[in-house]
Design a protein around this ligand. Structure first.
Ligand code: PGA
Length: 250
């Protein structure tokens, strides 16, 4: 049995005050009713605040990226050993905004994935196709390529210790959510590809869906066989919406 994971991706949003308010709201609503594991991936500069506030609670936290080098002349970057100072559990790697806006290649993502695991974090590896790739029937090919880059660099067993997030790029922040059938098809393809290499890894790894997930569509998505939770952008910035998705995972 894979415990569902609902992870918030705050992206470049929040302030000291708004984060206090958001976390108060989420913590007040989490209680014992939520059966999913719940996490928030926050901007680096708020990790101190978030780690102090969440220590000893059931809400886990993480970062949104990590550099593959440990220290040195990499202006603007953050290393895994730095993140260790803030007790992160998760680190998102390969988000489509990193791939598209900041030009991170499959190889860059693989190196960052490996660095995250080397420091003891659980990478949330994002994969997903562009709308033109879906329209030209390339979805499975693109997602398989992104996944294979990690397997080739870090090995199959490393996938067993990560979380995969299938995020069709056309669904991110657009309100155009994938249908449960569309998402399940890709999730099943990912799991089948892994099963070919290791049935254990395939059975164990959690595969989240991400892209315009909201309280009113989360239930039908997470009910699909191979969908083990969600990576939530916009709806993770409001306690009520985020909690609604957590409850839908029950
Ligand atoms: P969204 O973002 O929920 O706002 O579509 C998801 C993500 O980018 O992880």
């Amino acid at each position: 049995m894979r415990q569902p994971l609902i992870a918030g991706n705050w992206k470049m949003n929040g302030s000291h005050d708004s984060i206090n308010e958001l976390l108060d709201g989420i913590l007040a609503g989490l209680g014992t009713a939520v059966k999913a594991e719940v996490a928030v991936c926050v901007p680096y500069v708020y990790l101190q605040q978030v780690s102090e506030k969440l220590k000893g609670t059931t809400l886990a936290w993480g970062a949104q990226n990590v550099n593959d080098n440990d220290a040195g002349a990499y202006t603007g970057e953050i290393s895994g050993s730095m993140l260790k100072d803030f007790d992160c559990k998760y680190v998102i790697v390969g988000h489509s905004e990193r791939r598209i806006i900041y030009g991170e290649s499959d190889e860059d993502v693989a190196a960052r994935f490996k660095a995250a695991q080397a420091h003891g974090f659980v990478p949330i590896l994002c994969v997903g196709e562009l709308s033109e790739e879906r329209e030209s029937g390339m979805t499975n090919k693109v997602v398989a390529r992104q996944l294979d880059a990690i397997i080739n660099h870090a090995g199959t067993d490393a996938i067993g210790d990560c979380v995969i997030a299938y995020e069709p790029v056309w669904a991110i922040g657009t309100g155009k959510v994938a249908t449960p059938g569309q998402a399940q098809e890709v999730h099943a393809m990912i799991r089948a590809r892994l099963a070919h290499l290791s049935p254990d890894v395939a059975a164990q790894v959690r595969i989240l869906y991400g892209g315009s997930m909201k309280p009113d569509n989360a239930g039908e998505l997470i009910r699909m066989n191979d969908i083990d939770g969600g990576l939530i952008g916009g709806a993770s910035l409001q306690a009520e919406d985020f909690l609604g998705i957590c409850m839908a995972a029950n």
